[in-house]
Design a protein around this ligand. Structure first.
Ligand code: TYM
Length: 326
């Protein structure tokens, strides 16, 4: 069985974008793949975090994975920080990655171009991500479009390592959803919806009050044409709403466009708001049950034990290949 693997950083609250770009893909694939879903908490500390808040968000992430329909019997679920091999492999891979290729990562370039004083960890972050993927020989990495470049770096690192030291790593492929690879900010629909967004009205959090979420959809920025059409370049706001509806109802974007072609923007928004609110209500009901049970610890303990054994075997092979042994 082919293996899928992905993770969502607990650096902020999970959003509708996190659900559509990554979690939904894992849920859709979980019956047919050997699925690994982890919490990249080491990645979260590449930017400053409040320790208590981070701790709470790590648990929240796992609770939300399960509440969004990730089946713990079909997925291996674990914390990156509980498995010391991730950071170990990352070091070896850092030593085989060129400054030039790491410097080309657009996420890093975007952050530094704003003149922010960033950590070295933010620079090496994509190499730790490569380690996350290569440690388990993942075949597919379901991600939103913003992470595609990082998965491609993981491929380059694996190909180079294999050439130099002999076949060691599987070469992973990114899995980008055909619709919903980049859910946009509701207030600035040319920007990605992000957990770190400054304008709270632009982002829908999975734990937002459904009534508030409805209001956010109703006040989403659109355009003045009053013509419902899927055209992400010229009509980013409307296209984003159609995309959200399509993804949450598992409908083709063309069919959603046809369904709403005679609607005005107000009535389209009402329909989208309803679907979003229903999605959040259903997730939050399950979340409340999960968060007050022992299931999170049980799942994470099982995941830690399983992945630590697998990762130990892989790292041993890597150390052997590069000559790190007596
Ligand atoms: P992160 O935590 O920023 O995002 C988690 C996942 O959600 C997707 N995503 C979106 N998709 C569509 N529209 C959006 N608005 C949106 N916002 C977020 C992201 O593309 C991503 O798939 N570096 C990764 C975490 C990571 C990882 C890994 C992923 C660490 N190691 C190994 C895969 C494999 C990150 O920061 O994602």
């Amino acid at each position: 069985m082919k293996k899928t693997l992905t993770g969502l950083k607990p650096s902020g609250e999970l959003t509708l974008g996190s659900l559509i770009g990554a979690i939904k893909q894992m849920r859709d694939y979980q019956d047919n793949y050997n699925s690994y879903l982890f919490v990249p908490d080491l990645h979260a500390i590449t930017v400053p975090q409040d320790p208590e808040e981070l701790k709470a968000r790590i648990r929240k992430n796992v609770g939300l994975y399960l509440a969004c329909g990730i089946d713990p019997h079909k997925n291996t679920i674990y914390l990156q920080s509980e498995n010391l091999y991730h950071a170990n492999l990352s070091w070896v891979l850092e030593c085989t990655t060129y400054m030039g290729e790491a410097s080309r990562m657009t996420q890093y370039k975007d952050k530094t171009s704003k003149g922010e004083n960033v950590s070295v960890g933010l620079f090496t972050y994509p190499i730790l991500m490569a380690a996350d993927i290569l440690l388990y020989d993942a075949d597919y990495v379901p991600v939103g479009i913003d992470q595609k470049q990082h998965v491609e770096l993981a491929r380059d690192i694996a190909i180079r390592f294999n050439k130099r030291f002999g076949a060691t790593f599987n070469i992973p492929e990114p899995l980008i959803p055909p619709t919903g690879a980049k859910i946009m900010d509701l207030q600035e629909p040319t920007k990605k919806m992000s957990k770190s967004s400054e304008n709270y009205k632009g982002t829908i959090l999975l734990l937002d009050d459904p009534i508030q979420a409805k209001k956010k959809i109703m006040s989403a920025v659109t355009d003045s044409e009053n013509l419902v059409k899927y055209d992400p370049i010229n009509k980013p706001g409307i296209s984003n709403l159609l995309t959200i509806y399509a993804c949450l109802t598992d409908t083709k974007i063309e069919d959603v466009e046809t369904k709403f072609q005679d609607y005005n923007y107000g009535s389209l928004k009402k329909e989208v708001a309803l679907v979003v609110a229903n999605t959040l209500t259903s997730i939050q009901q399950k979340y409340q049950e999960i968060i007050s049970s022992n299931i999170i610890d049980e799942v994470l303990d099982a995941g830690r034990i399983k992945t630590t054994q697998e990762a130990a075997t892989k790292l041993k092979e890597v150390y052997h290949k590069v000559g790190l042994e007596r």
